[in-house]
Structure formats: structure tokens, C-alpha cells
Design a binder for this molecule. Structure first.
Ligand SMILES: NC(=O)c1ccc[n+]([C@@H]2O[C@H](COP(=O)([O-])OP(=O)(O)OC[C@H]3O[C@@H](n4cnc5c(N)ncnc54)[C@H](OP(=O)(O)O)[C@@H]3O)[C@@H](O)[C@H]2O)c1
Length: 343
């Protein structure tokens, strides 16, 4: 469970690692004999991009039931009817999920409790970039931190007991949280007299959209180290996956035309295709085993975390972030859920 942590700090620069991942890594397609018959999966943000393609790949391996968890039911139903036509044997359902709302997350978890006879796989893929510093009115947190970190981790923790109880007997449940290579070079400055979350919400501090996206994903590296202390890999295998830079998704749809054009050409040269990017999800979720528990899977292998995780500031912020996040999630009884999981 400590493989990524034990790999230690990579000596190469983030840029060199990035270029090697994009150009020098051989794609490792999942073995053709994977059989997901009987399995039930939830994939968040699965009406476009990597989430949709990963869902399709799971269905190609015989997945029996897919929950498309998406904020627009109309968009989700459009995608679901295409998937139903392609995979008539599978049961495909669309459930609403707004990652800016804790109520929406809890409602989805409630449905999973009451309506799903089984839950084998959860891929937490919903994520965003933005150009504007913005606070989510319902929670008071900066939007990127809210969607990419806080809401993702709340959903992860609330799904853990269901994955433990409802995965196929003898098989651990699988929880894969989508991360990003941008986290590799990210840092968080010391909160200086306040909590980590308050510092990240402070609109008077300098804010850069690219840096903040990377930080929102770095928070996942810091959090998973503490989270997996509560999770037995015989019950649920939890990992992070970095799909690499992937072209032709809607991640930069927020951007003004000139920025969007830059990203388009940048990704056209450097980016992986969507099927290749999505294959990393299938790899992390159904090919990798217990060795990936608590780890970052990147380039189809267990990899080091971001450099910041191995610094003394990183250790200090990791502990503070855990405390802040547990406090934030108190309303959902998260400490009790985590303690119960250990039994
Ligand atoms: N593309 C890349 O190069 C790359 C690289 C590294 C990591 N990633 C990560 O991969 C994941 C998928 O990204 P993508 O490239 O496939 O982009 P995408 O096509 O924009 O997919 C993102 C998905 O997340 C959903 N989402 C965003 N905000 C949400 C919210 N508040 N509530 C519920 N759903 C929300 C979107 O829903 P709507 O359809 O309703 O907008 C969309 O389905 C993200 O976590 C991203 O950070 C991408």
C-alpha cells in the first residue's frame, strides 16, 4: 500500500517526465480476456471525454450494469441510448450528480445503497478546469478545490462501505480516482496561521488557473496516503490514475477561443488519443491489483507521487489537510464511516 510513497522523489524534472510519458511510453492495452460479466460500475462525468470512453471500454469487457453519473440527465440519456444500442445486454442507467453539491453526492450514494444489488467498480472521473477564480455558493470553497478534491473525496469515502459490502464475493471492490500529471510539479504554500482549505479559499491571494488545477489534483496525492490507512485492500483497492495529456475532450471548453486554440494545437502535438487515455482507467481499475492500493498509477505502472509529497512542507500540509477535510466532512459522519471500515 505504500508503493508510490516508497518509490520516493523522482530525480527528473516534471517536464522531462511529462515528455517521456507522452512520447516514450508504450501503451499497455488491457488483456483481451478480462471478463466483467456480472459487474456493476459507477463512472462519474461519463457523458463525455475520458469517462465516456472508459465506460465504453468496460462495457466491451462485458460489464453488466453501468451507472452514468452526470449533472445533465438529458445529456446523460443521449449518451446512454447510444451505449444501449452498442451494448444491448448491459443495463445502463443515468443518475444525476452535481459535484458542487454535497446533497447531490449524498443522494447518489443513497441510491447506490438502496438500488444496486452489487457495486464492483467506481471511477471518480468528473473534474474540471476553469479560467476564473470562483467560490461555490453552496459550500463556500474555491470551485476547482471543491470539484476536483473535496467533492471527489467525499464521494470516495461514502462509496467505500458500499464497494466493500456489495462487490463480488472474494473480489475487492475497486475505487479509482482520476488525477493528473500536472500535480507532479505543483506546490502548496504554507497556510500561515490559517487552515489549508481556508488558505485555498482566500480570494485575496494570487490565483492562477493552471497552477490551481494542478494543486487541486496534488491534494489527491496528499489525501490518499492518509485515506488508505483505513481501507483494507482485501475489501476495496483504492488508487489514483493519471491518464496523461489527452486530446479531444471537453476539459478546456471553458476557455476563450484564443486559449482554446492554443490547447487544441498543444494537445494535437503532445496528447494521447481518448481511447489510449481511457485505457489507463481500465488498467488501474481492473488490471492492477493490490500492489496499486494507495498508489498513483501513471503510464500503466505504479509511480511516485508529486515531488511536494516528499518534502517536509508536504508532510505538514498532508496532516493539516486531513484534519481540515475530516472537519469539513463531519456533517456526513465520515470519521465513523472510516473507523467502521477498519473492522
Ligand atoms: N484531458 C486531459 O488531458 C486530462 C489529463 C489529466 C487528467 N484529466 C482528468 O480526467 C478527467 C476527465 O476529463 P476529460 O479530459 O475527459 O474532460 P471532460 O470531457 O470535460 O470530462 C469531464 C467530466 O466531468 C464532468 N464534470 C465537471 N464538473 C462537474 C460537476 N460540477 N458535477 C458533475 N460533473 C462534472 C463533466 O460533466 P459535463 O459533461 O456536464 O460538463 C464531464 O463529464 C478529469 O478529472 C480531468 O481532470 C484529463
Amino acid at each position: 500500500m505504500w508503493a508510490s510513497l516508497n518509490l520516493g522523489l523522482l530525480k527528473e524534472s516534471s517536464m522531462s517526465l511529462f515528455l517521456k510519458s507522452q512520447f516514450c511510453t508504450k501503451v499497455q492495452w488491457p488483456p483481451k480476456n478480462i471478463n466483467l460479466e456480472g459487474n456493476v460500475a459507477i463512472v462519474t462525468g461519463s457523458a463525455s471525454g475520458l469517462g465516456l470512453e472508459a465506460s465504453r471500454q468496460l462495457l466491451e469487457f462485458g460489464l453488466s450494469e453501468l451507472i452514468v453519473a452526470i449533472r445533465s440527465i438529458e445529456k446523460g440519456e443521449g449518451v446512454a441510448s447510444e451505449l444501449r444500442a452498442q451494448f444491448p445486454e448491459a443495463n445502463i442507467r443515468v443518475w444525476p450528480l452535481e459535484m458542487e453539491s454535497y446533497d447531490s453526492i449524498r443522494a447518489l450514494v443513497c441510491r447506490a445503497h438502496s438500488e444496486l444489488p452489487r457495486l464492483d467498480i467506481a471511477i471518480l472521473n468528473a473534474g474540471m478546469q476553469t479560467a476564473e477564480l470562483d467560490i461555490v455558493p453552496m459550500t463556500g470553497h474555491e470551485r476547482l478545490v471543491q470539484v476536483n478534491f473535496l467533492s471527489t473525496m467525499l464521494l470516495a469515502i461514502l462509496l467505500l462501505p458500499i464497494l466493500k459490502a456489495k462487490s463480488s464475493p472474494g473480489q475487492p471492490g475497486r475505487l479509482t480516482i482520476v488525477n493528473s500529471g500536472t500535480a507532479r510539479g505543483a506546490k502548496i504554500s504554507e497556510p500561515q496561521g490559517t487552515t489549508v482549505l481556508s488558505a485555498l479559499d482566500d480570494t485575496s491571494r494570487p490565483w492562477n488557473p493552471i497552477e490551481r488545477y494542478a494543486v487541486s489534483k496534488l491534494l489527491g496525492h496528499l489525501f490518499i496516503v492518509n485515506l488508505v490507512r483505513y481501507v483494507n485492500a482485501d475489501h476495496v483497492i483504492v488508487n489514483l490514475v493519471d491518464p496523461g495529456l489527452v486530446k479531444n475532450t471537453a476539459l478546456q471548453s471553458f476557455a476563450p477561443p484564443i486559449v482554446a486554440a492554443f490547447f487544441y494545437y498543444y494537445k494535437a502535438v503532445l496528447g494521447r488519443s481518448v481511447p489510449v487515455g481511457a485505457s489507463t482507467y481500465v488498467d488501474a481499475t481492473v488490471v492492477k491489483g493490490k500492489e496499486s492500493h494507495g498508489c498513483l498509477v501513471a503510464n500503466w505502472k505504479t509511480s511516485s507521487f508529486a515531488a511536494f509529497v516528499y518534502t517536509s512542507a508536504g508532510e505538514m500540509i498532508r496532516d493539516q489537510l486531513w484534519k481540515d477535510t475530516m472537519k469539513e466532512f463531519q456533517f456526513a459522519g465520515v470519521q465513523e464511516i472510516l473507523h467502521e471500515l477498519r473492522r
